[in-house]
Design a protein around this ligand. Structure first.
Ligand SMILES: Cc1cc2nc3c(=O)[nH]c(=O)nc-3n(C[C@H](O)[C@H](O)[C@H](O)COP(=O)(O)O)c2cc1C
Length: 195
């Protein structure tokens, strides 16, 4: 394991993956990182649904792409040149970018801290992934991947309780060989106020 600050500074959103699946021991460590994340009131309400079925991930990723209307990149306004997102490249039809492992984080509906609970768990998992040499990407608005009859069928098949909703997805996979690790955008000035 690398030093924590080294990992925090090194982690970047990865959207270009190798097809090879994660090693099981690595996935288990990443899940452990998610399970040990903070949760509001210590309720541990987040459910982690791991899908490594290529066909299911592709279909859900396509549904999500069809349901997304991002503001497309133009000029200096872009998400990533090195690891293009669906907002950067209109030719991308899979909002999960072919990631071999897609984890959907579900949390109770009508729970004030559902989003926060999933986000802190996801960050723990993304850092653990980076430390293990695995690329990750946070995908917001997780429910849009299930917003059609096929998505609803999958929720049923997975046994997701109707009082839970998909907050987000976490994509995991080994970064594509030959790609340089992305450089972070410069940090914006004036975001830290000290009194
Ligand atoms: C709340 C949230 C939602 C995001 N949603 C998406 C998404 O839907 N698709 C995507 O490709 N990246 C998504 N990202 C990843 C961001 O685009 C990425 O973190 C950002 O461009 C900064 O790059 P970095 O993670 O490499 O620092 C999301 C990140 C966050 C925190």
């Amino acid at each position: 394991m690398k030093d924590i600050m080294e990992v925090i500074l090194h982690r970047r959103a990865i959207r270009r993956f190798q097809a090879r699946q994660l090693e099981e021991a690595a996935l288990e460590q990443i899940l452990q990182a998610g399970l040990y994340a903070p949760s509001a009131g210590g309720r541990q309400g987040v459910i982690f649904a791991i899908c490594q079925d290529k066909e299911v991930n592709l279909r859900l990723g396509r549904i999500k792409r069809a349901n997304s209307k991002p503001r497309m990149a133009s000029g200096d306004s872009y998400v990533s040149r090195e690891q293009p997102s669906i907002a950067d490249d209109p030719k991308l039809t899979d909002a999960f970018y072919g990631a071999p492992t897609v984890i959907t984080l579900f949390a109770p509906k009508n729970f004030l801290f559902a989003g926060e609970d999933c986000a802190v768990a996801a960050e723990n998992m993304m850092l653990a992934a980076d430390a293990l040499g695995i690329g990750s990407c946070y995908i917001g608005q997780g429910w849009t991947a299930f917003a059609d009859p096929y998505g609803q069928e999958i929720l049923q098949k997975w046994g997701i309780r109707p009082d839970y909703y998909a907050v987000m997805q976490l994509l995991l996979g080994y970064p594509r060989e030959g790609d340089a690790h992305p450089t972070p955008k410069p940090r914006k000035e004036g975001r830290i106020l000290r009194f």
